[in-house]
Design a protein around this ligand. Structure first.
Ligand SMILES: [Zn+2]
Length: 270
């Protein structure tokens, strides 16, 4: 006798907080359904899967946090099997985050390089919690002529390059037009370099870069008043970024300091 399996409810709502290239899907294997994920990002991604179901046995808990390695295909997250042959069903939602949101430690007192070449001098026009665009944000803005070479403050893997925008404005709604590069460091923190010049990137996602490597040219895209380079370091968290206070090598590079608004800093080290 053939057993009837009736699917009661069955949907795959896509709830995604980010623009990450992460894809969830399911497939039927014998009498079970299996949920898979592809992570096309160049960094690990935290996926939070929330399942609801009826008359189904699940191989994972109803909510599960998974760490998906970079560039992973067909990773099985869960499998669901009908408890008895009758009506059954399931649905799930998911959220995903760049990086490992469960990680609690990072390297303190890392000596960051200034993000420009030796011999150059730039003014910090906005620092932590600055009044123009850094409310609740620990980021540094350097005033910098368009076309200045931007270098990596720390080595890592380039995980995102966005450099096709050309729009700039002085209000928050222009923030989304900021060309930027994101680099993941070995301790799981990320650096974002913002307001870059259109089509100026010298790196692509997946590239491994050393500290002081050339990343792009500075510009005036996104939410700015004047040509600016924005730099921030953070670790990923479910609700919002956790910003890291960064100490930069200045002068000849023998000591590190926290940069201050309206101060001018010179780089005299390689
Ligand atoms: Zn900024």
């Amino acid at each position: 006798m053939r057993l009837a399996i009736i699917i009661l409810f069955f949907s795959i709502p896509i709830f995604s907080q980010t623009d990450l290239e992460v894809k969830f899907y399911y497939g039927k294997v014998n009498d079970s359904f299996e949920i898979f994920v592809d992570n096309n990002e160049y960094c690990e991604v935290t996926a939070v899967l929330q399942l609801s179901h009826e008359n189904v046995m699940v191989s994972s808990k109803n909510q599960n946090t998974f760490l998906i390695p970079a560039r992973t295909k067909n990773l099985k997250l869960s499998s669901l099997t009908a408890i008895d042959y009758g009506k059954y069903g399931f649905e799930f939602t998911h959220k995903e985050y760049r990086g490992d949101i469960t990680k609690s430690s990072y390297s303190n007192h890392y000596p960051y390089s200034l993000p420009f070449l030796k011999g150059q001098v730039y003014k910090v026009i906005q620092a932590y919690n600055g009044s123009f665009s850094h409310q609740n944000m620990k980021a540094i803005d350097f005033e910098m002529p368009i076309g200045t070479t931007v270098t990596a403050i720390r080595s890592g893997t380039v995980v995102k390059v966005e450099d096709h925008f050309e729009t700039q404005g002085e209000t928050e709604d222009f923030a989304k037009f900021s060309n930027h590069i994101i680099v993941m460091h070995s301790d799981g923190t990320f650096a974002t370099y913002g307001h870059l010049q259109q089509n100026s990137s010298k790196v692509k996602a997946g590239d491994v870069v050393n500290r002081d490597a050339i990343l792009a040219l500075s510009g005036n895209t996104g939410w700015t008043k004047v040509p600016t380079l924005h730099v921030e370091v953070y670790r990923p968290k479910p609700s919002e970024k956790q910003y890291i206070e960064t100490e930069f090598k200045v002068g000849f590079g023998q000591s590190t300091i926290f940069l201050k608004e309206n101060q001018i800093y010179k780089r005299d080290y390689r």
